[in-house]
Ligand binder design. Structure first.
Ligand code: ZN
Length: 492
Protein backbone atom coordinates (compact mmCIF):
# COMPACT_ATOMS: atom_id res chain seq x y z
CA UNK A 1 0.00 0.00 0.00
CA UNK A 2 1.48 3.27 -1.13
CA UNK A 3 1.07 5.84 1.57
CA UNK A 4 3.13 7.97 3.89
CA UNK A 5 1.01 7.72 7.02
CA UNK A 6 3.15 8.77 9.94
CA UNK A 7 1.93 8.29 13.51
CA UNK A 8 3.36 9.22 16.86
CA UNK A 9 4.37 6.13 18.81
CA UNK A 10 4.16 6.77 22.55
CA UNK A 11 6.63 3.95 23.16
CA UNK A 12 9.44 5.27 20.93
CA UNK A 13 8.40 8.89 21.65
CA UNK A 14 8.66 9.82 17.99
CA UNK A 15 6.72 9.88 14.76
CA UNK A 16 7.11 6.69 12.74
CA UNK A 17 5.95 5.67 9.28
CA UNK A 18 3.14 3.21 9.75
CA UNK A 19 4.07 -0.18 8.32
CA UNK A 20 1.66 -2.97 9.28
CA UNK A 21 3.06 -6.35 10.22
CA UNK A 22 0.79 -8.30 7.89
CA UNK A 23 -0.47 -5.88 5.24
CA UNK A 24 -3.17 -5.56 4.02
CA UNK A 25 -4.38 -6.65 7.46
CA UNK A 26 -4.18 -4.24 10.38
CA UNK A 27 -4.95 -5.16 13.98
CA UNK A 28 -6.07 -2.34 16.22
CA UNK A 29 -7.04 -2.50 19.90
CA UNK A 30 -8.49 0.39 21.88
CA UNK A 31 -9.40 0.32 25.56
CA UNK A 32 -13.14 0.74 25.78
CA UNK A 33 -15.44 1.94 28.53
CA UNK A 34 -15.97 0.59 32.02
CA UNK A 35 -19.74 0.43 31.81
CA UNK A 36 -21.01 1.63 35.19
CA UNK A 37 -22.26 5.10 34.29
CA UNK A 38 -23.30 7.30 31.38
CA UNK A 39 -20.77 8.11 28.67
CA UNK A 40 -19.16 11.54 29.03
CA UNK A 41 -16.68 13.64 27.11
CA UNK A 42 -13.81 11.51 28.36
CA UNK A 43 -15.39 8.62 26.42
CA UNK A 44 -16.10 10.68 23.31
CA UNK A 45 -12.51 11.70 22.67
CA UNK A 46 -10.78 8.30 22.33
CA UNK A 47 -13.83 6.93 20.50
CA UNK A 48 -13.68 9.75 17.92
CA UNK A 49 -9.85 9.78 17.69
CA UNK A 50 -9.64 6.08 16.90
CA UNK A 51 -12.72 6.25 14.69
CA UNK A 52 -10.74 8.69 12.51
CA UNK A 53 -7.81 6.26 12.42
CA UNK A 54 -10.15 3.32 11.65
CA UNK A 55 -11.79 5.25 8.79
CA UNK A 56 -8.47 6.47 7.40
CA UNK A 57 -6.77 3.06 7.47
CA UNK A 58 -9.75 1.58 5.62
CA UNK A 59 -9.57 4.44 3.12
CA UNK A 60 -5.89 3.58 2.52
CA UNK A 61 -7.04 0.08 1.55
CA UNK A 62 -6.23 -1.88 4.70
CA UNK A 63 -8.48 -4.58 6.10
CA UNK A 64 -8.76 -3.43 9.68
CA UNK A 65 -9.83 -5.59 12.60
CA UNK A 66 -10.74 -3.07 15.28
CA UNK A 67 -11.25 -4.46 18.78
CA UNK A 68 -12.65 -2.21 21.51
CA UNK A 69 -13.30 -4.01 24.78
CA UNK A 70 -16.07 -3.61 27.30
CA UNK A 71 -14.75 -3.56 30.87
CA UNK A 72 -17.40 -5.24 32.97
CA UNK A 73 -15.29 -6.77 35.73
CA UNK A 74 -12.07 -6.11 37.59
CA UNK A 75 -11.88 -2.33 37.29
CA UNK A 76 -11.66 -1.29 40.92
CA UNK A 77 -12.27 2.10 42.47
CA UNK A 78 -9.28 4.47 42.36
CA UNK A 79 -7.63 2.01 39.90
CA UNK A 80 -6.22 0.38 43.03
CA UNK A 81 -5.93 -3.28 43.95
CA UNK A 82 -8.05 -3.00 47.05
CA UNK A 83 -11.07 -0.89 46.02
CA UNK A 84 -14.53 -2.19 45.30
CA UNK A 85 -15.34 -3.28 41.74
CA UNK A 86 -16.94 -0.25 40.03
CA UNK A 87 -19.74 -2.29 38.50
CA UNK A 88 -20.37 -4.42 41.58
CA UNK A 89 -20.63 -1.24 43.64
CA UNK A 90 -23.24 0.26 41.30
CA UNK A 91 -25.14 -3.04 41.33
CA UNK A 92 -25.09 -3.15 45.14
CA UNK A 93 -26.30 0.45 45.47
CA UNK A 94 -29.10 -0.04 42.93
CA UNK A 95 -29.97 -3.61 43.94
CA UNK A 96 -29.33 -4.97 40.46
CA UNK A 97 -27.42 -7.88 38.99
CA UNK A 98 -24.00 -6.57 37.85
CA UNK A 99 -24.86 -7.67 34.31
CA UNK A 100 -28.03 -5.55 34.42
CA UNK A 101 -25.83 -2.54 35.13
CA UNK A 102 -23.52 -3.54 32.28
CA UNK A 103 -26.34 -4.05 29.78
CA UNK A 104 -28.05 -0.79 30.71
CA UNK A 105 -24.97 1.39 30.36
CA UNK A 106 -23.56 -0.48 27.38
CA UNK A 107 -26.70 0.19 25.33
CA UNK A 108 -26.62 3.84 26.35
CA UNK A 109 -22.91 4.05 25.46
CA UNK A 110 -23.50 2.50 22.04
CA UNK A 111 -26.41 4.87 21.40
CA UNK A 112 -24.25 7.89 22.30
CA UNK A 113 -21.52 6.60 19.95
CA UNK A 114 -24.09 6.21 17.18
CA UNK A 115 -25.21 9.83 17.67
CA UNK A 116 -21.55 10.89 17.40
CA UNK A 117 -21.32 8.87 14.16
CA UNK A 118 -18.55 6.69 15.62
CA UNK A 119 -18.43 3.49 13.58
CA UNK A 120 -18.90 0.30 15.60
CA UNK A 121 -15.64 -1.64 16.03
CA UNK A 122 -15.23 -5.09 14.45
CA UNK A 123 -15.40 -6.82 17.85
CA UNK A 124 -16.54 -5.55 21.27
CA UNK A 125 -15.47 -8.33 23.64
CA UNK A 126 -16.53 -8.34 27.28
CA UNK A 127 -13.90 -8.92 29.97
CA UNK A 128 -16.31 -11.18 31.85
CA UNK A 129 -16.63 -13.37 28.75
CA UNK A 130 -12.88 -14.00 28.72
CA UNK A 131 -12.12 -15.25 32.22
CA UNK A 132 -10.59 -18.49 30.91
CA UNK A 133 -8.15 -16.58 28.67
CA UNK A 134 -7.20 -14.32 31.59
CA UNK A 135 -6.58 -17.30 33.91
CA UNK A 136 -4.40 -18.79 31.16
CA UNK A 137 -2.39 -15.55 30.99
CA UNK A 138 -1.88 -15.51 34.76
CA UNK A 139 -0.71 -19.15 34.67
CA UNK A 140 1.89 -18.35 31.98
CA UNK A 141 3.23 -15.40 33.96
CA UNK A 142 3.42 -17.60 37.09
CA UNK A 143 5.15 -20.41 35.13
CA UNK A 144 7.71 -17.93 33.82
CA UNK A 145 8.49 -16.80 37.37
CA UNK A 146 7.21 -13.22 37.14
CA UNK A 147 4.32 -13.59 39.57
CA UNK A 148 3.57 -15.12 42.97
CA UNK A 149 0.54 -16.36 44.80
CA UNK A 150 -0.48 -14.79 48.09
CA UNK A 151 -3.60 -15.64 50.10
CA UNK A 152 -5.56 -16.73 47.04
CA UNK A 153 -4.49 -13.75 44.94
CA UNK A 154 -1.75 -13.61 42.31
CA UNK A 155 0.51 -10.57 42.01
CA UNK A 156 2.89 -9.49 39.30
CA UNK A 157 6.43 -9.36 40.65
CA UNK A 158 7.58 -5.97 39.37
CA UNK A 159 11.03 -6.06 40.96
CA UNK A 160 11.80 -9.51 39.52
CA UNK A 161 10.56 -8.42 36.09
CA UNK A 162 12.63 -5.25 36.25
CA UNK A 163 15.81 -7.29 36.79
CA UNK A 164 15.37 -9.07 33.45
CA UNK A 165 13.39 -6.55 31.41
CA UNK A 166 12.77 -2.90 32.00
CA UNK A 167 9.62 -1.85 33.82
CA UNK A 168 8.35 1.63 32.91
CA UNK A 169 9.32 1.78 29.21
CA UNK A 170 6.02 3.35 28.15
CA UNK A 171 5.47 5.89 30.90
CA UNK A 172 9.17 6.67 31.30
CA UNK A 173 8.95 6.05 35.03
CA UNK A 174 11.69 4.25 36.77
CA UNK A 175 10.95 1.80 39.53
CA UNK A 176 12.00 4.21 42.29
CA UNK A 177 9.40 6.73 41.07
CA UNK A 178 6.79 3.98 41.01
CA UNK A 179 7.64 2.93 44.53
CA UNK A 180 7.44 6.49 45.77
CA UNK A 181 4.06 7.14 44.19
CA UNK A 182 2.38 3.87 45.13
CA UNK A 183 0.14 4.63 48.06
CA UNK A 184 0.11 2.43 51.10
CA UNK A 185 -3.27 0.76 51.06
CA UNK A 186 -5.12 -2.00 52.81
CA UNK A 187 -4.33 -5.38 51.37
CA UNK A 188 -0.75 -4.32 50.67
CA UNK A 189 0.32 -6.94 53.17
CA UNK A 190 -0.51 -9.56 50.53
CA UNK A 191 2.10 -8.00 48.25
CA UNK A 192 5.84 -8.38 48.50
CA UNK A 193 6.25 -4.87 47.21
CA UNK A 194 3.81 -1.94 46.91
CA UNK A 195 4.53 -1.60 43.17
CA UNK A 196 3.33 -5.16 42.47
CA UNK A 197 -0.09 -5.30 40.83
CA UNK A 198 -2.89 -7.85 40.97
CA UNK A 199 -3.27 -10.38 38.17
CA UNK A 200 -5.94 -12.30 40.05
CA UNK A 201 -7.78 -11.26 43.19
CA UNK A 202 -9.21 -13.50 45.83
CA UNK A 203 -12.90 -12.57 46.23
CA UNK A 204 -14.05 -11.57 49.70
CA UNK A 205 -17.32 -13.27 50.77
CA UNK A 206 -19.38 -10.16 49.92
CA UNK A 207 -17.86 -9.83 46.43
CA UNK A 208 -20.59 -10.86 43.98
CA UNK A 209 -18.58 -11.12 40.75
CA UNK A 210 -16.45 -14.25 41.18
CA UNK A 211 -15.16 -17.21 39.20
CA UNK A 212 -13.33 -20.42 40.14
CA UNK A 213 -9.62 -20.51 39.39
CA UNK A 214 -6.57 -22.60 40.36
CA UNK A 215 -6.06 -20.09 43.21
CA UNK A 216 -9.60 -20.17 44.54
CA UNK A 217 -12.70 -18.12 43.81
CA UNK A 218 -11.90 -14.66 42.59
CA UNK A 219 -11.75 -12.27 39.67
CA UNK A 220 -9.09 -11.03 37.25
CA UNK A 221 -7.03 -7.87 37.74
CA UNK A 222 -8.10 -5.03 35.44
CA UNK A 223 -4.94 -5.03 33.28
CA UNK A 224 -5.29 -8.70 32.32
CA UNK A 225 -8.33 -8.34 30.11
CA UNK A 226 -6.70 -6.21 27.41
CA UNK A 227 -3.60 -8.43 27.17
CA UNK A 228 -5.74 -11.59 27.02
CA UNK A 229 -8.32 -10.29 24.56
CA UNK A 230 -5.79 -8.44 22.39
CA UNK A 231 -3.85 -11.68 21.98
CA UNK A 232 -6.98 -13.76 21.36
CA UNK A 233 -8.39 -11.57 18.58
CA UNK A 234 -5.29 -9.91 17.10
CA UNK A 235 -2.44 -12.33 17.83
CA UNK A 236 0.82 -12.29 19.79
CA UNK A 237 2.02 -9.28 17.86
CA UNK A 238 -0.38 -6.69 16.52
CA UNK A 239 -0.12 -3.22 15.06
CA UNK A 240 -1.88 -0.55 17.10
CA UNK A 241 -2.98 -0.21 20.71
CA UNK A 242 -4.73 3.00 21.64
CA UNK A 243 -6.46 4.75 24.49
CA UNK A 244 -6.49 7.93 26.52
CA UNK A 245 -3.25 9.29 27.98
CA UNK A 246 -4.59 8.62 31.46
CA UNK A 247 -4.23 4.90 30.70
CA UNK A 248 -0.47 5.03 30.04
CA UNK A 249 0.22 4.37 33.70
CA UNK A 250 -0.55 2.01 35.25
CA UNK A 251 -2.86 0.25 32.75
CA UNK A 252 -0.78 0.15 29.57
CA UNK A 253 2.53 -0.10 31.41
CA UNK A 254 1.17 -3.21 33.14
CA UNK A 255 -0.12 -4.59 29.83
CA UNK A 256 3.39 -4.37 28.37
CA UNK A 257 4.88 -6.10 31.41
CA UNK A 258 2.23 -8.85 31.20
CA UNK A 259 2.89 -9.46 27.49
CA UNK A 260 6.64 -9.63 27.89
CA UNK A 261 6.39 -11.79 31.04
CA UNK A 262 3.96 -14.23 29.39
CA UNK A 263 5.24 -14.56 25.82
CA UNK A 264 8.76 -13.15 25.99
CA UNK A 265 8.13 -10.12 23.78
CA UNK A 266 5.96 -7.05 23.43
CA UNK A 267 2.58 -7.53 21.81
CA UNK A 268 2.03 -4.02 20.43
CA UNK A 269 4.01 -2.29 17.66
CA UNK A 270 2.53 1.24 17.83
CA UNK A 271 1.10 2.72 21.03
CA UNK A 272 -1.15 5.73 20.45
CA UNK A 273 -2.71 7.98 23.08
CA UNK A 274 -5.15 10.84 22.86
CA UNK A 275 -4.80 13.79 25.22
CA UNK A 276 -7.40 14.70 27.81
CA UNK A 277 -10.38 17.02 27.94
CA UNK A 278 -10.81 19.78 30.46
CA UNK A 279 -13.94 21.82 31.18
CA UNK A 280 -13.41 25.55 31.61
CA UNK A 281 -9.75 24.79 32.25
CA UNK A 282 -10.40 22.21 34.96
CA UNK A 283 -10.10 18.46 34.97
CA UNK A 284 -13.48 16.72 34.80
CA UNK A 285 -14.53 15.12 38.03
CA UNK A 286 -17.71 14.15 39.82
CA UNK A 287 -16.58 16.02 42.96
CA UNK A 288 -15.89 19.20 40.96
CA UNK A 289 -19.48 19.42 39.69
CA UNK A 290 -18.28 19.73 36.09
CA UNK A 291 -18.88 16.15 35.09
CA UNK A 292 -21.12 16.49 32.03
CA UNK A 293 -22.44 13.38 30.28
CA UNK A 294 -22.90 13.25 26.51
CA UNK A 295 -26.66 13.06 26.97
CA UNK A 296 -26.57 16.24 29.03
CA UNK A 297 -24.64 17.94 26.22
CA UNK A 298 -27.13 16.74 23.59
CA UNK A 299 -30.07 17.95 25.66
CA UNK A 300 -28.47 21.03 27.23
CA UNK A 301 -29.33 19.70 30.66
CA UNK A 302 -26.50 20.73 32.93
CA UNK A 303 -26.10 23.92 34.90
CA UNK A 304 -22.78 24.68 33.17
CA UNK A 305 -24.40 24.53 29.71
CA UNK A 306 -26.19 27.55 28.26
CA UNK A 307 -27.76 25.48 25.45
CA UNK A 308 -27.93 21.99 23.92
CA UNK A 309 -25.12 20.97 21.58
CA UNK A 310 -25.72 18.52 18.75
CA UNK A 311 -23.55 15.40 18.55
CA UNK A 312 -22.01 16.75 15.33
CA UNK A 313 -21.00 19.97 17.11
CA UNK A 314 -19.25 17.87 19.77
CA UNK A 315 -17.56 15.74 17.12
CA UNK A 316 -16.46 18.78 15.10
CA UNK A 317 -15.17 20.48 18.23
CA UNK A 318 -13.03 17.47 19.15
CA UNK A 319 -11.66 17.24 15.59
CA UNK A 320 -10.69 20.92 15.58
CA UNK A 321 -7.88 20.00 17.97
CA UNK A 322 -5.09 17.55 17.22
CA UNK A 323 -5.67 14.37 19.22
CA UNK A 324 -2.40 14.81 21.13
CA UNK A 325 -3.36 18.33 22.28
CA UNK A 326 -5.60 19.07 25.22
CA UNK A 327 -9.12 20.26 24.52
CA UNK A 328 -10.94 22.68 26.79
CA UNK A 329 -14.71 22.74 26.66
CA UNK A 330 -16.60 25.94 27.29
CA UNK A 331 -19.90 27.27 25.99
CA UNK A 332 -18.07 29.91 23.92
CA UNK A 333 -15.79 27.34 22.31
CA UNK A 334 -18.70 25.02 21.54
CA UNK A 335 -20.76 27.84 20.06
CA UNK A 336 -17.80 28.74 17.84
CA UNK A 337 -17.58 25.10 16.75
CA UNK A 338 -21.32 25.07 16.01
CA UNK A 339 -20.91 28.13 13.76
CA UNK A 340 -17.81 26.68 12.10
CA UNK A 341 -19.55 23.42 11.28
CA UNK A 342 -22.55 25.29 9.89
CA UNK A 343 -20.20 27.34 7.67
CA UNK A 344 -18.62 24.15 6.33
CA UNK A 345 -21.98 22.50 5.67
CA UNK A 346 -23.29 25.65 4.02
CA UNK A 347 -20.26 25.54 1.73
CA UNK A 348 -21.18 21.97 0.87
CA UNK A 349 -24.78 22.91 0.10
CA UNK A 350 -23.60 25.81 -2.09
CA UNK A 351 -21.26 23.45 -3.89
CA UNK A 352 -24.22 21.36 -5.03
CA UNK A 353 -25.89 24.39 -6.61
CA UNK A 354 -22.91 25.83 -8.47
CA UNK A 355 -23.21 25.82 -12.26
CA UNK A 356 -19.79 25.25 -13.87
CA UNK A 357 -18.26 27.65 -16.38
CA UNK A 358 -15.92 26.97 -19.28
CA UNK A 359 -12.83 27.74 -17.20
CA UNK A 360 -11.78 28.34 -13.61
CA UNK A 361 -11.02 32.00 -12.91
CA UNK A 362 -10.37 34.04 -9.78
CA UNK A 363 -9.66 31.05 -7.49
CA UNK A 364 -7.16 28.20 -7.29
CA UNK A 365 -9.04 25.12 -6.09
CA UNK A 366 -6.40 22.65 -7.32
CA UNK A 367 -4.32 20.69 -4.85
CA UNK A 368 -6.93 20.47 -2.09
CA UNK A 369 -6.96 16.67 -2.07
CA UNK A 370 -3.17 16.55 -1.76
CA UNK A 371 -3.10 19.12 1.04
CA UNK A 372 -5.80 17.34 3.07
CA UNK A 373 -4.14 13.95 2.51
CA UNK A 374 -0.79 15.35 3.60
CA UNK A 375 -2.38 16.60 6.84
CA UNK A 376 -4.03 13.24 7.55
CA UNK A 377 -0.73 11.46 6.86
CA UNK A 378 0.96 13.71 9.40
CA UNK A 379 -0.29 11.88 12.50
CA UNK A 380 -3.97 12.50 11.69
CA UNK A 381 -3.79 16.28 11.75
CA UNK A 382 -7.53 16.93 11.54
CA UNK A 383 -7.34 20.65 12.50
CA UNK A 384 -5.18 21.26 9.43
CA UNK A 385 -7.60 19.26 7.24
CA UNK A 386 -10.44 21.44 8.55
CA UNK A 387 -8.50 24.65 7.87
CA UNK A 388 -7.94 23.55 4.23
CA UNK A 389 -11.66 22.80 3.92
CA UNK A 390 -12.43 26.29 5.27
CA UNK A 391 -10.12 27.78 2.62
CA UNK A 392 -12.09 25.86 0.00
CA UNK A 393 -15.37 27.08 1.52
CA UNK A 394 -14.19 30.65 1.04
CA UNK A 395 -13.51 29.88 -2.66
CA UNK A 396 -17.01 28.41 -3.00
CA UNK A 397 -18.47 31.60 -1.55
CA UNK A 398 -16.47 33.66 -4.04
CA UNK A 399 -18.06 31.64 -6.86
CA UNK A 400 -21.53 32.07 -5.34
CA UNK A 401 -20.86 35.85 -5.14
CA UNK A 402 -20.03 35.71 -8.86
CA UNK A 403 -16.48 36.96 -8.25
CA UNK A 404 -14.97 33.74 -9.59
CA UNK A 405 -15.85 30.85 -11.90
CA UNK A 406 -15.07 27.15 -11.84
CA UNK A 407 -14.76 24.58 -14.64
CA UNK A 408 -16.82 21.38 -14.65
CA UNK A 409 -13.70 19.31 -14.03
CA UNK A 410 -12.54 21.43 -11.05
CA UNK A 411 -16.09 21.44 -9.64
CA UNK A 412 -16.34 17.64 -9.74
CA UNK A 413 -12.98 17.31 -8.02
CA UNK A 414 -13.97 19.82 -5.34
CA UNK A 415 -17.21 17.93 -4.64
CA UNK A 416 -15.39 14.63 -4.50
CA UNK A 417 -12.76 15.95 -2.04
CA UNK A 418 -15.40 17.55 0.19
CA UNK A 419 -17.46 14.37 0.35
CA UNK A 420 -14.41 12.23 1.04
CA UNK A 421 -12.98 14.35 3.84
CA UNK A 422 -16.09 15.82 5.47
CA UNK A 423 -18.33 12.74 5.41
CA UNK A 424 -16.18 9.64 4.94
CA UNK A 425 -13.01 10.53 6.85
CA UNK A 426 -13.95 13.16 9.42
CA UNK A 427 -17.26 11.33 9.81
CA UNK A 428 -19.37 14.48 9.95
CA UNK A 429 -22.96 14.28 8.79
CA UNK A 430 -25.00 16.97 7.08
CA UNK A 431 -27.68 16.46 9.69
CA UNK A 432 -27.07 19.12 12.31
CA UNK A 433 -30.41 18.39 13.92
CA UNK A 434 -30.11 17.09 17.40
CA UNK A 435 -31.60 13.59 17.50
CA UNK A 436 -31.45 13.31 21.26
CA UNK A 437 -33.14 16.67 21.75
CA UNK A 438 -35.77 15.77 19.15
CA UNK A 439 -36.56 12.43 20.79
CA UNK A 440 -36.82 14.14 24.14
CA UNK A 441 -39.22 16.76 22.73
CA UNK A 442 -41.38 14.16 21.08
CA UNK A 443 -41.64 12.14 24.28
CA UNK A 444 -42.91 15.29 25.97
CA UNK A 445 -45.58 15.75 23.29
CA UNK A 446 -46.86 12.21 23.94
CA UNK A 447 -46.89 12.92 27.70
CA UNK A 448 -48.84 16.11 27.08
CA UNK A 449 -51.49 14.29 25.00
CA UNK A 450 -51.86 11.63 27.65
CA UNK A 451 -52.27 14.26 30.34
CA UNK A 452 -55.11 15.74 28.27
CA UNK A 453 -56.60 12.28 28.05
CA UNK A 454 -56.48 11.94 31.84
CA UNK A 455 -58.18 15.30 32.10
CA UNK A 456 -60.86 14.15 29.64
CA UNK A 457 -61.42 10.97 31.64
CA UNK A 458 -61.74 12.99 34.84
CA UNK A 459 -64.42 15.05 33.08
CA UNK A 460 -66.08 11.81 31.87
CA UNK A 461 -65.44 13.00 28.31
CA UNK A 462 -65.02 9.45 27.01
CA UNK A 463 -65.13 10.44 23.35
CA UNK A 464 -62.01 12.65 23.65
CA UNK A 465 -60.24 10.14 25.87
CA UNK A 466 -60.85 7.29 23.38
CA UNK A 467 -59.91 9.46 20.44
CA UNK A 468 -56.48 10.30 21.91
CA UNK A 469 -55.82 6.66 22.79
CA UNK A 470 -56.90 5.40 19.34
CA UNK A 471 -54.82 8.00 17.52
CA UNK A 472 -51.72 7.13 19.52
CA UNK A 473 -52.40 3.39 19.02
CA UNK A 474 -52.63 3.96 15.25
CA UNK A 475 -49.17 5.58 15.40
CA UNK A 476 -47.81 2.55 17.24
CA UNK A 477 -47.92 3.81 20.83
CA UNK A 478 -49.01 1.33 23.43
CA UNK A 479 -50.68 3.18 26.29
CA UNK A 480 -51.23 1.62 29.70
CA UNK A 481 -53.25 3.05 32.56
CA UNK A 482 -51.41 2.75 35.83
CA UNK A 483 -52.45 3.58 39.36
CA UNK A 484 -50.71 6.94 39.31
CA UNK A 485 -51.50 7.88 35.74
CA UNK A 486 -50.19 6.26 32.59
CA UNK A 487 -47.21 4.73 30.89
CA UNK A 488 -46.47 4.38 27.21
CA UNK A 489 -44.04 2.83 24.82
CA UNK A 490 -43.56 2.90 21.10
CA UNK A 491 -43.94 -0.50 19.42
CA UNK A 492 -42.14 -0.40 16.09
ZN1 ZN B 1 -7.26 -1.69 28.38
Amino acid sequence: MEHQLVIYNTLSRQKETFVPHHAPHVGMYVCGPTVYGDAHLGHARPAITFDILFRYLKHLGYKVRYVRNITDVGHLEHDADDGEDKIAKKARLEELEPMEVVQFYLLRYQKAMEYLNVLPPSIEPHASGHIIEQIELVKQILDNGFAYESKGSVYFDVARYNKVHKYGVLSGRNLDDVLNTTRELDGQDEKRDPSDFALWKNAQPEHIMRWPSPWGNGFPGWHCECTAMGKKYLGESFDIHGGGMDLIFPHHECEIAQSVASQGHEMVRYWMHNNMITINGKKMGKSLGNFITLDEFFQGKHELLTQAYSPMTIRFFILQAHYRSTVDFSNEALQAAEKGLERLLEGLRNLENIVPSATTTGIQPQGLREKCTEAMNDDLNTPIVISHLFDATRMINTIVDKKATISAEDLEELKSVFHLFVFDLLGLTAQTENNAAREEAYGKVVDMLLEQRMQAKANKDWATSDKIRDHLAALGFEVKDTKDGFSWKLNK
